[in-house]
Design a protein around this ligand. Structure first.
Ligand code: C2E
Ligand code: CA
Ligand code: CA
Ligand code: CA
Length: 291
């Protein structure tokens, strides 16, 4: 069964199985699309949080918020399955908004705890994924601004992740929106860096603080591999532009060793932790976890 094979190949056996190459209008896809329309109202989404580790100190630096859909019949569905549908149908506006609101209110709760406990370092970061479709929305900045006023958040910890391929296609209006976000004090992060090829040269055009090296590069590193050279180049370029780096998809001690040697500041991956539920994440924050 193709779908099962692909799911296994992706190592996502914890998710419900769908064929990623589903035809646009298969009954299954239409069903999923229909279910997706109701999922927000029925409160079927939740956020998981994957730790990001500060490699200099070994401590938890923050999290990336990752959306999950607990489908009543199909179980947990991967965002790689439903985000594309949400983007095609425009539902991503509502969903993305829900993600941002939930993430900000969670960050605020954690910040309150950290502020009350002065023995803790005050900083905790939270990264939220932003779809390219959301970036096309004309009143995005206004919405985000209103949200930030509402939750009274110290949003120096908030970062929005935008994929490299999205950045490549960015028109002037979107580029201006990114600059406005920056002006608000929100961090910007390029996600999946290395997969969009030609954008190394365009990196300086955007107000980016952090580059996330895609896990395909991290995982391809080895003694004589060209991937190692590519990662080296990315690190050097990002540093020369004053940016920090997160290495994604660290699964082994060897990979950690390589990216440490190359000078990445932060890391994320199953080697440290899979994405965890809010209770587990809260325990990590309260325990000021060290890896
Ligand atoms: P992403 O933004 O690149 O997120 C990282 C993905 O890699 C996550 O998958 C995470 O669980 C997985 N991952 C982390 N460490 C490792 C590792 O060591 N090994 C392996 N094999 N995988 C690792 P997830 O949660 O299934 O999310 C998939 C994609 O769905 C995300 O890729 C992102 O593009 C999208 N996504 C997730 N949540 C949101 C959201 O709230 N909004 C938007 N627009 N997209 C989202
Ligand atoms: Ca991301
Ligand atoms: Ca990524
Ligand atoms: Ca990705």
């Amino acid at each position: 069964d193709v779908a099962m094979y692909q799911a296994k190949a992706k190592g996502r056996n914890c998710y419900a199985v769908f064929n990623p190459a589903m035809q646009i209008n298969t009954p299954e896809r239409l069903q999923l699309e229909n279910d997706l329309r109701w999922a927000l109202e029925r409160d079927e989404f939740c956020l998981y949080y994957q730790p990001i580790i500060n490699l200099t100190t070994g401590y938890l630096q923050g999290f990336e918020a990752l959306v999950r859909w607990q489908h009543p019949q199909k179980g947990m569905i991967s965002p790689t399955q439903f985000i594309p549908i949400a983007e095609e149908t425009g539902l991503i506006h509502q969903l993305g908004w829900w993600v941002l609101r939930s993430a900000c209110s969670q960050l605020q709760k954690w910040q309150r705890f950290l502020q009350k406990n002065s023995e803790y370092p005050p900083f905790l970061g939270l990264n939220v994924n932003l779809s390219p479709i959301q970036l096309e929305q004309a009143d995005l900045i206004e919405q985000i601004y209103n949200l930030l006023m509402l939750v009274e958040l110290d949003y120096s910890g908030l970062k929005l992740e935008i994929t490299e391929s999205c950045l490549l296609k960015t028109a002037e209006a979107q580029a201006n929106r990114l600059k406005q976000l920056k002006t608000l004090g929100i961090g910007l992060c390029i996600d999946d860096f290395g997969t969009g090829y030609s954008s190394l040269s365009r990196l300086h055009e955007f107000p980016i603080d952090t580059v996330k090296i895609d896990r395909s590069f991290v995982q391809g590193m080895g003694p004589n591999s060209s991937q190692t050279e590519i990662v080296k180049t990315i690190v050097t370029l990002a540093h020369s532009l004053g940016m920090n780096l997160v290495a994604e998809g660290i699964e082994t001690p060897k990979q950690l060793e390589y990216i440490k040697a190359l000078g990445c500041e932060f890391a994320q991956g199953y080697f440290f932790s899979k994405p965890v539920d809010v209770e587990t994440a809260t325990r990590l924050v309260r325990g000021y976890h060290r890896y």
